[in-house]
Design a protein. Sequence first.
Length: 201
Amino acid sequence: MRNLINTLAIVFVIGMAISCKKDKTTNVNFENPVQAASKNTTLLDSTRNYPGFDFYEIGTKIYFSKAGKVTKLGCRSGNTGNFVVSFWDFESSALLAQTTVNVTDKTKYFYSAITPIEIVPTKRYIISLNNNNAGVPADYWVCYKKEANPDGIDFNIYPFNIGSVTFEAPYGKTSATAVFPSNPLSPWNFLAGADVQFEYE
């Protein structure tokens, strides 16, 4: 029991260290929650690059536990190229911010600055990515959790939290242009594409 408690404590500390960083030049804390979740192998132990058979707007419904600002939008894609990343108000479907992110390495996350968005704690948002890469559907990254069952997959990983952000559900929509992703997707997959930079003091 003592060893189990010590192990859980270590996992918690590592998770917080990954999810929260500090900009030494401004003394502001920041988090890149989707990137942090995709690296949390205790929570999501498997990753797959899915083929882009069609054009999709794919993202995740989230909320923040504290006040702060979203200052950057970013993404990782299964292919290099330029991708439109959007930040939406979930309740009204209003577009709050949008930018194009240049991905030069499909294994890494890249970010572009936006006009800062003031975050309201517990208000629901969606961060999404359109996989249209110069007229070609790009591949996209999905993380999931393996289980000891015949299917080998945990079919409901939501909700879960990383740092100051809680992930509630994946959403998507078939579209070659950026559009509010209104359709709920299967809760076994975590769409490890679109991300934000969340800053707070």
